[in-house]
Design a binder for this molecule. Structure first.
Ligand code: IMP
Length: 200
């Protein structure tokens, strides 16, 4: 049985990461490009789980197919867990990756190297058209550098050093990031879930 699945994000980098990690699973992957009329969902929940579930349910309801949504972000200890669920909009109106990253570095200007602990969190929600939903969570600990380094990845990758590594996510190859990342951990959980479904 080949299952159809809609990836409920317009972020191409995320779609790429999700495709790579789900490779080999017998699912036909669609993206929101295949459902151009799908309404935008406001990410106004207080938790990653809440936002991921809201997005996955909306797309499953619209497309009539099982849908998978990712809500993710960066939690910085010295900032009381910010930017957290606001990671994509941290710099406010007109925020983009560069502005968010500049704001983060400026907020951490006076914070010493040993106090810059952070973690990326990713929650994947899988929603069925009947409203049933499951969530899968991954996190990766690390620290925030003092200047951007590297060109790959997206978002806060150029300032995030995963624990035990002296290179940022943006200095790593896609495969290296996939071996460590919060999204890859959550997706591997999802892979295991699919494997049990297919063996039932
Ligand atoms: P979302 O699209 O609402 O889940 O927003 C997630 C935001 O968190 C992104 O815009 C990025 O700023 C940040 N983020 C999530 N995952 C990553 C990652 O793997 N690398 C870098 N930044 C990330």
């Amino acid at each position: 049985m080949v299952m159809e699945l809609v990836i409920a994000t317009r972020n191409r980098k995320k779609v790429g990461e999700i495709r790579r990690i789900l490779e080999g699973i017998p699912v036909t992957l669609h993206t929101l490009d295949d459902f151009p009329g799908c309404p935008e969902v406001e990410e106004d929940e207080a938790t990653f789980e809440g936002n991921a579930i809201k997005k996955a349910r909306a797309v499953a309801g619209y497309s009539g197919k099982p849908s998978l949504a990712d809500d993710s972000g960066l939690e910085v200890d010295a900032l009381g867990g910010a930017p957290g669920v606001f990671s994509a909009r941290y710099a406010g109106e007109g925020a983009d990756d560069r502005k968010n990253l500049e704001k983060l570095l400026s907020e951490l200007r006076d914070v010493g190297k040993e106090k810059r602990e952070a973690r990326f969190i990713c929650v994947i929600a899988l929603a069925l058209p009947d409203g049933k939903v499951d969530t899968f969570r991954g996190s990766v600990a690390g620290r925030i550098g003092t200047e951007p380094r590297g060109e790959s990845g997206f978002g806060y990758d150029p300032v995030f050093y995963p624990e035990g590594h002296e290179r940022t996510f943006a200095e790593m190859s896609a495969d290296e990031k996939d071996a460590l990342s919060h999204r890859a951990i959550a997706l591997r959980e999802l892979r295991r879930y699919f494997a049990t479904l297919m063996n039932d």
